[in-house]
Design a protein around this ligand. Structure first.
Ligand SMILES: Nc1ncnc2c1ncn2[C@@H]1O[C@H](COP(=O)(O)OP(=O)(O)OP(=O)(O)O)[C@@H](O)[C@H]1O
Length: 603
């Protein structure tokens, strides 16, 4: 009785091999295919070890694009088995998902569910060599650097694969001859599209990988060259070390493949040797076979029932419900007979001709303990070397980009030093000086600068117009003082952005200040309030606000020091009792450009 996995797939012939029996040799691909045909319905147990023996083994692959509500299902439970040493032709209509499948195999995309084993490991997993020098991948879209010559391109990819420059040079001559490439000194960007694709193919062949994955390598290639490419593929797979998976739209050229997988509707219609397919379906060509199988699939006939009805006892098996499949759609739910697993079936297995099933789950996935170093995968030296070399030359040869990269920070620094960080001068300061009189339009009002307002006999103070003294010193720091007759007008102007600060001096400012200093114990709130200069700051620019604030305080200190001077009193008598010495480091007058420059350069 055959063993089926939980989608009803029987287990492949290679899976039945004892994984521990290392003496068991895989024969030629033809022998293997014949053996599989004979064992098509034999009970076999699939093991991880047996899957890892294949070059590529895909099991129950599901891949969809789009949203959950509107999914575009590309791979729908696909199984694929590529034995080592085979040329595997992957065929299918445009858009059926060949590239998607290949990019999952090389680890560029991930399946939504299912298993992929490549050269015994999981793509991207530890020890798989995928991605890495064990595989050579020629993508559909070339990934070449236009500024490089053909030789430099080969050196870059050779270094990535761990080759030395000497080894690359030795290989270039052979590849140039094989693929009829132009002179290796020619720049890639001046090559034709077909020539560029051949350079891309050369890059994949360069390091003689164990697994070659070629996505339409013969597009735009003339028939003679196409033949020599195929001859080369046949040659390199002869020894059994190299495996090739190749997609093409020229169906008949895959006659030289050992196995072809005909892909349609997210699954394989067949996975067989080309000659056997032609014989079995009595087709004139592979194209003919593909057409017949497509018609069968469209009719809703299961390949297994239609092809193998004559060899299998007809037994009805219950369907395995699969919520992802629309049971009303006759296009979906075909059996996709994989040669590796022989037959798999979907949820629409209702009424399928098959033997009774024993549903077995896939073997558990191998768990690799991964250390932190393994997880972050530090870059290898030869990768670093190749990347630095590539980036250096591609920059060096692209003068516009180089000029931009060097010129941008220089011009940024230049503009920064020109425009930002200077000491802010000429800031508009609105002054409402009620002490000088509401009608006073002269912001620098009159006062006796060198006369001491202290009686020399009684030492009584008679402080007047101290606001004018203060404004005099402030104007030496900020020279754009504008007088306004009232606080409301000045505030309105500041709100329109015409003043950075509004200074208001109460009408009895000097007298109150004098009272406050002379007899602080009896100074009431009114006296204290009216002896303050009221300042309303525009705080949108913190740096400017900070410097302006500093000027307002320093001007007050200078005015009081001057007053102490003319009265022959100690200079700091009226100053704030905190003495700021010269800075230990930095400048006494701060320079914002010096302070912010390093940050801007780093940015
Ligand atoms: N990144 C993506 N996002 C959404 N849909 C995608 C994406 N890549 C491919 N598809 C769709 O998946 C389907 C299969 O694309 P894929 O490129 O795998 O087909 P293909 O068989 O390689 O086609 P061709 O032979 O023309 O190269 C297409 O319908 C395509 O539009």
């Amino acid at each position: 009785m055959p063993a089926y996995d939980n989608e009803g797939a029987t287990i492949s012939m290679e899976d039945v091999r004892d994984p521990d029996d290392s003496t068991l040799r895989i024969g030629t691909i033809e022998e293997e295919l014949a053996a599989r045909r004979n064992r098509m319905f034999k009970t076999q147990q699939s093991t991880v070890a047996s899957r890892r023996q294949q070059a590529v083994c895909v099991r129950r692959a599901h891949k969809k694009y789009g949203t959950t509500k509107n999914p575009n299902v590309i791979l729908d439970g696909l199984n694929m088995t590529v034995p080592k040493g085979a040329i595997y032709g992957l065929l299918g209509a445009s858009g059926c998902g060949k590239t998607t499948l290949l990019s999952c195999i090389v680890g560029r995309r991930r399946l939504n569910s299912g298993e992929i084993w490549v050269l015994g490991g999981r793509p991207g997993g530890p020890g798989s060599g995928v991605p890495g020098p064990r595989i050579g991948y020629m993508p559909q879209e070339t990934a070449l650097f236009g500024e490089f010559s053909i030789r430099e391109t080969m050196i870059y990819f050779g270094w990535i694969a761990g080759m030395t420059t000497k080894e690359v040079d030795e290989r270039i001559d052979f590849l140039v001859t094989l693929l009829q490439l132009p002179n290796p000194t020619r720049q890639v960007k001046v090559l034709s599209g077909g020539q560029q694709r051949r350079v891309s193919l050369a890059a994949a062949l360069l390091h003689d990988p164990e697994l070659l994955i070629l996505d339409e390598p013969t597009v735009g290639v003339d028939p003679v060259l196409r033949q020599s490419i195929w001859d080369h593929l046949v040659e390199i797979t002869k020894g059994g070390r190299t495996t090739v998976i190749i997609t093409t739209h020229y169906i008949d050229e895959t006659k030289q493949a050992n196995i072809i997988g005909l892909m349609r509707g997210g699954r394989f219609l067949a996975e067989e040797s080309p000659m056997e397919l032609i014989r079995r379906y009595n087709g004139e060509s592979l194209e003919d076979v593909f057409l017949k199988l497509s018609v069968l699939q469209n009719r809703g006939k299961r390949r297994r029932s239609s092809i193998l009805a004559d060899v299998v006892e007809r037994v009805e098996i219950p369907a395995i419900p699969d919520p992802t499949v629309d049971t009303e759609d006759p296009e979906v739910g075909e059996i996709s007979g994989e040669f590796g697993d022989n037959v798999s079936m979907s949820s629409k297995g209702r009424g399928v001709v098959a033997e009774p099933t024993v549903v077995e789950a896939l073997p558990p996935e191998e768990k690799h303990p991964r250390g932190i170093l393994e997880r972050i995968q530090p870059m290898k030296m030869h990768h670093m070397q190749a990347l630095v070399w590539k980036n250096f030359w591609s920059l060096f040869r692209n003068f516009g980009l180089l000029a931009f990269i060097i010129g941008l920070p220089i011009s940024q620094m230049f503009l920064f030093c020109l425009a930002i960080g200077h000491y802010p001068v000429g800031l508009p300061i609105a002054v409402v000086n009620y002490e000088a009189g509401a009608n006073n339009t002269d912001v620098l009002c009159q006062y006796n600068k060198n006369e001491c307002p202290q009686d020399p006999d009684t030492w009584e103070w008679n402080l007047t117009r101290f606001s004018c003294r203060y404004l005099d010193f402030l104007s030496q720091r900020q020279n754009n003082l504008i007088a306004y007759p009232s606080e409301s007008i000045a505030m309105a102007e500041a709100e329109r952005g015409r003043a950075r600060v509004v200074l208001v001096f109460p009408s009895n400012f000097s007298a109150s200040l004098q009272d406050r200093l002379r007899d602080p114990r009896h100074a009431d709130v009114y006296t204290i309030m009216s002896s303050d200069i009221q300042a309303h700051m525009d705080d949108t620019d913190k740096q400017v606000e900070w410097m302006l604030n500093r000027d307002l305080l320093l001007a007050f200190m200078e005015a009081t020091e001057h007053l102490s001077g003319v009265c022959h009193l100690p200079g700091r008598l009226l100053a704030t009792p905190v003495y700021i010495h010269k800075p230990i480091f930095g400048l006494e007058v701060p320079n914002f450009t010096d302070f912010a420059g390093p940050g801007v350069i780093l940015t």
